[in-house]
Ligand binder design. Structure first.
Ligand code: UD1
Length: 317
């Protein structure tokens, strides 16, 4: 069993990753400053004797290195970030600090204290408006936001440090992640979190454009398992992989699933397509299967059933 330090542990992906690691019998040191993370997300973890919470800002110099020196984790899963693309556009300096400088501090902590492995929360946003579909890892990187640029810069920083100082780095390029605990607060929050809230409250949803745009939606439980594999699977080498399903779901299909589960809620309202919205985003999951032994197990329908009912839906082993 391993000891894993998870930054951003109180966030959406961080809390699910923490729960999954604890369920597998690992020890977890969770770090969060509650800027966007929430303590409620850690309700289950906080009941475990194998979990310790450190309320700290990993973007502040020295904080992470001191923590790593004291805790001596086998791996760091670095999920703390400025998570909103829109916020990165409004505040690019803060994006640089939280999404680039913090990654350098992770690399430095790993170097100074001999951490064997670093797992990094990258994003499909590094590809920007990539021409190919499905997108493979080799696709040209053309980020179109400070957020995407920072994720790409962080991948390079971590991979370069890992190659030079001898630790393994796994960059996880998440596609559209969905599931419980995702915050629907902003109009730019993940579409599934917004749809789930609206249907639950009996309010109709907005479809931007004709609704035929598609995304590669991946359940957060699968993402948590992919993170655990990247942190703990023996013998991994450094690299980057898409964390996706390889399956496309349209917004119309999504609204249809919600509508079927919520009879009586009004039909979706169509509005003009969002400026800059891309039509299709689909990842190629092959590299993650080879590098991590990871294949997504929860389809969109099962993941939505779980989200809507609040009950776990069994998945194939
Ligand atoms: C994601 C990012 C976004 C970023 C983009 C490019 C998230 C939550 N968003 O956007 O900030 O700019 O990648 O890297 O990760 N939609 C509706 N109705 C709604 C909300 C959304 O129809 O109420 C549509 C959107 O127009 C879009 C699709 O749903 O076509 C998905 O939207 P969203 O969940 O925001 O994800 P991305 O567009 O992939």
């Amino acid at each position: 069993m391993a000891k894993i330090l998870v930054t951003g542990a109180a966030g959406f992906i961080g809390s699910h990753t923490t729960d999954y690691l604890l369920g597998e019998g690992h020890k977890v040191v969770g770090v969060d400053n509650f800027r966007t993370g929430r303590k409620e997300n850690l309700a289950t973890a906080l009941r475990s004797p194998a979990f310790a919470l450190q309320v700290k800002d990993v973007a502040a110099p020295g904080v992470l290195a001191d923590l790593v020196a004291a805790e001596r984790p086998d791996a760091i899963i670095h999920l703390a970030a400025l998570v909103s693309v829109q916020e990165s556009i409004a505040n690019p300096e803060l994006n640089f600090s939280l999404n680039v400088l913090a990654s350098q501090l992770v690399a430095e902590a790993a170097r100074l204290h001999g951490v064997g492995r670093v797992v990094f929360a990258s994003s499909a946003a590094i590809y920007g408006d990539a021409a190919e579909r499905p997108i493979r890892e080799s696709a040209e990187k053309r980020p179109v936001s400070p957020y995407g640029a920072a994720k790409l810069a962080s991948e390079d920083l971590l991979l370069g440090h890992g190659a030079c100082y001898g630790f393994t780095v796994r960059c996880q390029r998440y596609f559209n992640v969905f599931g419980a605990r995702q915050d629907p607060a902003s109009p730019y929050s993940g579409v599934i979190s917004i749809f789930a809230r609206n249907y639950r409250e009996g309010k109709s949803v907005t479809l931007y454009g004709d609704g035929r745009q598609t995304r590669d939606f991946i359940a957060v439980g699968d993402v948590a398992r992919a993170n655990a594999l990247a942190a703990t699977r023996p013998g991994l080498t450094s690299g980057a992989a898409n964390i996706c399903t390889g399956r496309a779901t349209s917004l119309l299909d999504l609204a249809g699933i919600f509508a079927a589960a919520h009879p009586g809620v009004g039909a979706p309202v169509h509005r003009a397509a969002r400026a800059g919205d891309i039509l299709h985003s689909l990842g190629d999951p092959a590299a993650a299967a080879v590098a991590l032994g990871f294949t997504a197990r929860t389809g969109v329908a099962a993941g939505l059933a779980e989200l809507i009912s609040g009950q776990p839906v069994p998945v194939l082993p």
